[in-house]
Ligand binder design. Structure first.
Ligand code: RNT
Ligand code: ZN
Length: 414
């Protein structure tokens, strides 16, 4: 008997169907961010990052041009098992001859058509989109949609509107809705004199932005945050603001698991939102002491997040996106390791006796529940993972190929 057959039998004895788990896993889309490959710089003129987020490290081979980024994405995605979407930020516009002439408030679909062509060519499930409200001269005093300067506020409202229009085209191109995630860096380093004003302006800006959009092909989401670097005292778009905004406007919340106090966990927020929302979007990341956006690893909180998606039958309600950026290691490897970690966590959750454990909880049999939870940890998960990789034509050793790519391609980028 091979490893998989023996694992299958052991799982079967626990009432768990490995075939079903494998079939489900390959249908769960993961939206992989485009911004790991170039340290979140983009194509539209920025030379550094701002807005309280930070990439650290200077490992060789950062993608410096659109062509390099596309090549790196293609390499990285070829080593990622499962169904993937591509998550694009507006700062990754292919401006061509419009460079220096057309600003973010006037981008159109033509500046992003290449992303759609590319995603189709490499066989992706779709494209998601994000307005880029940072790393731009129109961010004034750290503010965008909440700015008291009407010119600044209008500029960003228009940027948001353009992005919703572009996203509708992206959605249509795949006949599937495109998630448009709104994250703004707005906030203050020190104690503000007015906490309400900026929030009322943000509310007004969002209402203007969202006054019309394609309801069939666009899913707008808002991403809250507790603080950023240099924005420690006050964040306009905090959790309470956006959850109430989303609930009252019928849009979606996006939970980034780096955006809360260290003892607060997103795994526990997912079921709370599922009680009220049809869809919940995620930015899966790995915060180390702060919103550091480390590469996602197969760790306890990630497993817990995956459990909440799987056992609540929410694989089509929770839109899984990745959000991390590490410039201190090979960026392609960073990409692949994070995506595989997410897939592992989902498979791990799919292979748990969720029904039986829930029954124990409902009976109040917490002793047996604890024993069952510990027992489940020791089931031969790795053998089923190996089988998944084999069926996806993906090798467990992805690094050799990346090392070769580093030698041949990345090292030549001086
Ligand atoms: C920042 C947010 C946001 C960004 C990306 C680049 O704290 O997490 O999602 O990481 O939009
Ligand atoms: Zn995020």
């Amino acid at each position: 008997m091979n490893r998989y057959e023996s694992a299958k039998a052991l799982y079967q004895a626990e009432g768990i169907a490995t075939e079903k788990a494998l079939a489900t896993l390959r249908e769960i889309p993961i939206s992989v961010h485009c911004w790991q490959g170039d340290d979140v710089i983009g194509f539209d003129g920025a030379d550094s990052l701002s807005g309280g987020i930070q990439t650290t490290g200077n490992y060789l081979g950062r993608a410096r041009t659109p062509d390099e980024l596309l090549a790196d994405i293609e390499k990285a995605f070829s080593l990622m098992p499962g169904k993937k979407r591509l998550n694009v930020h507006a700062c990754y516009a292919f401006l061509g001859e419009d460079k220096g002439k057309v600003d973010r408030d006037a981008y159109t679909y033509k500046h992003f058509a290449k992303w759609v062509e590319f995603a189709k060519r490499i066989g992706l499930d779709g494209v998601d989109f994000n307005p880029t409200f940072f790393a731009h001269p129109m961010v004034k005093d750290g503010l965008t949609l909440s700015s008291p300067d009407e010119k600044v506020r209008r500029f960003w409202v228009e940027h948001g509107k353009r992005c919703l229009e572009i996203a509708a085209e992206m959605g249509k191109a795949f006949s599937k809705p495109c998630l448009v995630n709104i994250w703004i860096p707005d906030g203050f380093k020190d104690v503000p004199a007015d906490r309400l004003g900026p929030r009322l302006r943000l509310k007004k800006s969002l209402d203007e932005m969202l006054s019309s959009y394609d309801k069939e092909y666009v899913i707008p989401a808002v991403e809250s945050k507790v603080f950023g670097i240099g924005v420690e005292s006050y964040t306009v778009g905090n959790n309470e603001f956006y959850q109430n905004y989303a609930a009252s406007r019928g849009i979606c919340c996006l939970l980034d698991n780096g955006h809360y106090h260290p003892t607060e966990v997103v795994s526990d927020k997912i079921p709370s939102l599922l009680a009220f929302y049809d869809k919940v979007a995620l930015h899966v990341t790995r915060p180390v002491r702060w919103d550091s956006d480390h590469v996602v690893l197969f760790e306890d909180e990630l497993k817990e997040i995956a459990k909440e998606i799987v056992r609540n039958d929410a694989t089509d309600k929770v839109l899984i996106g990745l959000d991390y950026f590490d410039a201190s290691i090979n960026r392609i490897s960073a990409w692949v390791t994070g995506e595989r970690s997410m897939q592992k966590a989902l498979l791990y959750a799919l292979l748990l006796p969720n029904e039986q454990m829930k029954a124990l909880q409902d009976k109040g049999d917490f002793t047996r529940l604890m024993v069952a939870q510990e027992h489940a940890k020791m089931l031969p998960f790795t053998d089923v993972w190996a089988e998944y990789l084999a069926r996806e034509n993906a090798s467990e050793n992805y690094f050799d190929e990346i090392a070769l790519y580093e030698e041949k391609v990345l090292k030549a980028r001086k």
